[in-house]
Design a protein around this ligand. Structure first.
Ligand SMILES: Cc1ncc(COP(=O)(O)O)c(N)n1
Length: 452
């Protein structure tokens, strides 16, 4: 029987945090998630309106149903709310002998208390001792220890006290830490992992986006990754990345703190797959086209395509070693890979700054006949002149932007007449690799016919 991962916590009716966030995270990471609901909240992105604690017997009954049927080796806790619920859950998880990640939820990001008065003491005395890992943010660490967390040193001090309370490992998440005040780069986000034997930092760039539910998502991701047998160091790093991507992928829903989107990485993986498929199809179309070899320049041709919202070369796939001419045929040397072409990536990224929908480009030889066929076909054409290029620019970024500005829109064709040691060239731009390859093939057939 495969193992399942359990979350014990509160329901967020807004779907951003709590049990809802945990189950989405488990699903995105490919583990089967179970849930025991300890409280129902009437909550949206603006805050928590009401909390209805589930009676202890019903919490126990949910646990019984799960324990009798599933193989549970990892669990996480979130909003437990009342001292009774905390005691019960702590005792039952101890009996179960499963490993536990504790997210000591105290308040909602958008406002509203998520723990009953006085329950922090129960959390400290009964739940923390069963924690394999506990993941407080700086406010939660302060509430538990009384140590004011303002920098890495005070975070370490708070973490040491939590270790003394019985947790085996502490991750103080740094999303709320004022990095500038703590003497670190302001755009940094640092999590601090502290165990009896070691202290480690996981840092990354602070991400822009909604962050409602990020704490739940982080601890759920950590639980899922640990349940797969990953080491604590690796799981802490990967959970950080997963949470960061979920922030970046957050959707503008609701009027308040937008929820993170745990499917962001899945969506991105699907986009990367679509890009590779489109390129693969485009490349075989070009390879099978007998007239196409005539269009390949001396330096070779390349075709590339970006994922939506691409930001760097790593988001643009192309042919590793270009498409070259071998006699009368074209030959594809190398595989299709993200990051494979700086040249093509610059063209596409420059075009995407003007029109996010234009995500593919390829370069072919410049030839007067090609340009006249292109204009006969009704393609929009623009150009740039290398002589006008300011020093210190990348020709591809500058030239592409220049040609777009001249036309006032992204053209289908951008050409330049070359320069010192630079071959004259045409770039075909389009929405995807297949449509770019289709234009290239239409052009090569038209020119081939005309030359017969
Ligand atoms: C049921 C429930 N559990 C946890 C949170 C904390 O999440 P956040 O701090 O992102 O609001 C929440 N708002 N609601």
């Amino acid at each position: 029987m495969e193992r399942s991962v359990l979350t014990v916590g509160g329901s967020d009716s807004g779907g951003g945090a709590g049990i809802q966030a945990d189950l989405k995270t488990f699903a995105a990471l490919g583990v089967h998630g179970l849930s025991v609901i300890t409280a129902v909240t009437a909550q949206n992105t603006l805050g928590v309106r009401e909390v209805f604690p589930i009676p202890a017997e019903m919490i126990a009954s949910q646990l019984d149903a799960l324990v009798e049927d599933f193989d549970i080796s990892w669990a996480k806790t979130g909003m437990l709310f009342s001292p009774d619920a905390i005691s019960l859950v702590a005792e039952r998880l101890r009996e179960l002998r499963c490993s536990v990640v504790v997210d000591p939820v105290i308040a909602a990001e958008a406002g509203g208390s998520l723990i009953a008065e006085g329950a922090i003491l129960t959390l400290r005395d009964e739940l923390i001792p069963v924690a394999s890992v506990i993941t407080p943010n700086i406010f939660e660490a302060e509430a538990i220890t009384g140590v004011k967390v303002v920098d890495l040193e005070s975070a370490r001090e708070a973490a040491m006290r939590i270790l003394d309370m019985g947790a085996r490992a502490v991750v103080i998440t740094g999303g709320h830490l004022d990095c500038r005040a703590a003497g670190m780069p302001a755009d940094e986000c640092v999590d601090l992992l502290v165990t009896k034997d070691a202290v480690a930092c996981v840092s990354g760039k602070r991400r822009e986006g909604g962050n409602h539910g990020v704490g739940c998502t982080y601890s759920a991701a950590l639980t899922a990754l640990l349940s797969m047998g990953m080491s604590l160091d690796d799981a802490v790093r990967q959970a950080h990345n997963f949470a960061a991507r979920s922030i970046e992928g957050s959707r503008p829903v609701g009027h308040g703190a937008a929820p993170v989107d745990q499917t962001a990485s899945l969506r991105e993986d699907a986009e990367r797959f679509r890009v590779i498929s489109s390129l693969d199809h485009a490349v075989s179309m070009l390879r099978d086209e007998e007239t196409f070899a005539e269009l390949i320049p001396e330096v070779g041709s390349n075709i590339g395509m970006a994922i939506p919202g691409a930001r760097s070369r790593a988001d643009v796939a192309a042919v590793e070693g270009r498409i070259v001419r071998a006699g009368r045929r074209s030959h594809v040397s190398g595989c299709i890979r993200f990051g494979a072409s700086r040249h093509i990536a610059r063209i596409i990224l420059a075009a995407m700054r003007f029109d996010m929908g234009i995500r593919a480009a390829m370069n072919i030889r410049l030839d007067e006949n090609l340009l006249s066929e292109a204009s006969r076909m009704g393609l929009r054409i623009s150009s740039f002149d290398r002589e006008e290029e300011p020093p210190g620019e990348s020709t591809m970024s500058w030239g592409t932007a220049r040609a777009i500005e001249r036309l006032g829109a992204v053209p289908d064709i951008i050409w330049d007449g070359g320069g010192m040691g630079k071959e004259p060239m045409i770039r075909i731009l389009g929405r995807d690799a297949v449509s770019v390859a289709t234009v290239a093939i239409m052009l090569s057939r038209a020119v081939w016919k005309r030359c017969r």
